[in-house]
Design a binder for this molecule. Structure first.
Ligand SMILES: [Zn+2]
Length: 634
């Protein structure tokens, strides 16, 4: 017994040492990782020393536990890797159980799969906690190489499941994603009910405690993997309930600065000045601005979480569903500036260019008559690509210029190079955009979304281009969860069953290398199409316009393998002009006008390919090119 006491004290000491490593904020993940590795080696030595003094029975018990845990892990790996069906694994477990009574009897227990009986029925709805570790283990099992650390992105969002005359049902899933291995989103917990639970901390509690526990000592296949929350991505209403701050209609509601709000025409609006003092984590936690807070957030228990900076602004909600939709409403809404004829002409143009939309876009852009139904991805396509082309000759100049300011802000912040290179320029454009908006349409539009837009360049400096921290992947995941519900009875059980079925399928291996596939073969060495990850190049005109790292604009005709190298054969457009000159030259952000007939043959190495263009063939003479996300890692 004395030895056992020594052993548990040693464990406490080791745990303290690890905690200290993870709490040292100056350490990078990789440093923390190597420190933990060194600590593990030290633990091993210390344990060896103590073990020599332990009772022999105790050692045997330890070894047995270790053995069964290894056998259990091996069985999990084996069943997933070899696509063994659940009932076969359960049958095997029943046989093995005679010789290894410590092993579970069913597949679900082997995988620690949560059960439908784990669903808690509350006054306001049903709740199921699936768990973080359960998902992390599942994802890490799909990797060929273990990551040195895990950076988690977390999202909590509400969505309606169904609505009929009798009742309404909504869900609030807590979703995670491992950013540094670009994992698919996964469901950590799920609540369904007629309305959100009164206490949002209830939805976060299980996650917070599990995360705190795992961040101290998450191990997979006996490897310690440091775990950190990189970002928590929320829309404005979710942010106010999750962080316990005033809602976006409140006066002290900006989560990033101390800008005061005031009431104007029945709306809360904000000053257009950009130089208000910034909020920070220390002051947030010290409650320096009492007007900002509404309740305590259980997330504050996570000591490493920055309650201000780790909650970036999501451009899907702020810029697309917020500002872009507001602009469309002012122009083409019920009491909009433009008549039905103009709206119809613009819709015809959208339809005319529809077949020029690159194949990478999963959703086609619908006409303006459906604009109230446009999804986030349609608003994105309009703001970044289609809008400048179809609005040009239809809007008054000051309205078109205003739209172009917004277009350029997004063009800069969505691009992984421009977002750093032109970060200050984006700030100036945002200030000009909001000033002009107020001048043309009035102060009443300086609402929450227009104000927090000013903070977006700061988040970009921390997280990179906008798609690095947007809720787009989470929204897609919510769509999958919603489609799991086929009838109004017990929606949570239905979603749970579909989730578990998917988790029981053999997961696709996540590979860090890019997937490149040549396609549409002509002969032994010639191909017409190339897919790089989800990007399609060649074969169709709409997928053929690209730029190389030297800025050359090329139309792909074919791909030819010569030895070990793939070459792109096509034509280079030698004459390129600006689409506009102000507020800066369009070529600065890689937007070009090219002459359709002015080209020379060319051959370039695939390694120097930089990005693809969204190309609009305006008429026989010329085309307009708008830059898509760079393909190259440069
Ligand atoms: Zn602010």
């Amino acid at each position: 017994m004395k030895n056992y006491k020594v052993y548990s004290e040693l464990k406490k000491k080791q745990k303290k040492r690890r905690d200290k490593i993870f709490k040292r904020t100056e350490l990078s993940f990789s440093d923390a990782y190597s420190e933990v590795k060194n600590a593990s080696a030290q633990d091993f030595e210390e344990e060896g020393e103590i073990n020599n003094r332990l009772d022999i029975d105790f050692i045997i018990e330890q070894e047995e536990t270790q053995k069964s845990s290894n056998l259990r892990d091996s069985l999990v790996d084996w069943s997933i890797k070899n696509k063994i069906n659940r009932s076969a694994v359960s049958s095997l477990l029943k046989i093995l159980n005679k010789y290894h009574p410590e092993l579970p009897l069913t597949y679900n227990t082997l995988l620690n799969t949560p059960k439908t009986s784990d669903i808690k029925t509350l006054d306001s709805g049903d709740y199921l906690y699936i768990g973080l570790k359960h998902n992390l283990n599942f994802i890490l099992n799909t990797l060929n190489e273990m990551p040195d650390y895990i950076e988690l992105d977390i999202c909590l969002d509400g969505a309606p499941i169904y609505e009929n005359s009798k009742n309404i049902c909504c869900m609030w899933p807590l979703i995670g994603k491992i950013f540094n291995i670009n994992s698919k989103p996964f469901t950590i917990s799920l609540f369904t009910g007629q309305s959100k639970p009164n206490d949002i901390n209830f939805l976060l509690k299980d996650f917070v405690y599990e995360f705190i526990d795992l961040s101290k000592s998450y191990t997979f296949n006996n490897i310690i993997i440091p775990l950190k929350i990189r970002s928590i991505i929320l829309d404005a209403p979710a942010r106010s309930s999750v962080c316990g701050i005033k809602g976006h209609g409140g006066y002290s509601s900006c989560p990033k600065c101390y800008v005061p709000g005031f009431r104007y025409e029945n709306k809360t609006i904000f000053s257009n000045d950009s130089d208000y003092e910034k909020r920070n984590n220390e002051k947030f936690r010290a409650r320096d601005d009492k007007e900002h807070h509404s309740h305590y957030s259980i997330l504050e228990k996570i000591v490493d979480l920055d309650m201000v900076e780790d909650f970036p602004i999501d451009y899907l909600h702020c810029c697309l569903l917020g500002i872009m939709r507001r602009i469309l409403d002012i122009f083409f809404g019920f009491k909009g500036f433009y008549d039905a004829k103009t709206k119809h002409r613009i819709s015809l143009k959208i339809a005319m260019y529809e077949n020029q939309q690159p194949s990478d876009f999963q959703r086609r852009l619908r006409g303006l008559e459906k604009m109230n139904l446009w999804k986030g991805s349609e608003l994105r396509t309009f703001a970044l690509f289609v809008g400048p082309v179809v609005l040009k000759s239809e809007l008054q100049k000051e309205h078109f210029d205003l739209f172009m300011y917004f277009h350029l802000i997004l063009v800069i912040l969505v691009d992984k190079t421009f977002c750093f290179k032109f970060n200050d320029l984006a700030r100036t454009l945002i200030q000009n955009f909001t000033e002009n908006f107020i001048t043309i349409f009035g102060q009443k539009y300086m609402t929450y979304n227009f104000h927090i837009l000013k903070h977006l360049p700061d988040d970009v400096l921390k997280y990179g281009a906008l798609d690095n921290f947007s809720s787009f992947p989470f929204e897609n995941h919510i769509g999958i969860l919603k489609r799991s519900v086929k009838s109004p009875a017990k929606p949570l059980q239905q979603i749970y069953k579909r989730l578990m079925e998917r988790m029981n399928e053999v997961p696709e291996k996540i590979c860090n290398k890019r997937k490149q596939k040549l396609d549409k073969q002509i002969d032994n060495t010639t191909f017409l199409r190339l897919n790089i990850d989800d990007i399609t190049l060649g074969y169709n005109e709409k997928d053929s316009f690209v730029q190389d790292i030297d800025g050359r604009i090329v139309k792909i005709e074919k791909f030819v393998i010569e030895g070990e190298t793939v070459y792109l054969h096509g034509v280079e457009y030698v004459e390129k002009a600006n689409i506009y000159e102000l507020p800066f030259e369009s070529s600065d952000v890689h937007e070009f006008k090219i002459k359709n007939q002015n080209f020379v043959p060319c051959k370039i190495n695939l390694n120097v390919l930089y990005r693809k263009f969204y190309r609009f063939s305006i008429n026989e003479d010329f085309s307009l090119l708008f830059p898509m996300t760079p393909i190259s890692k440069l």
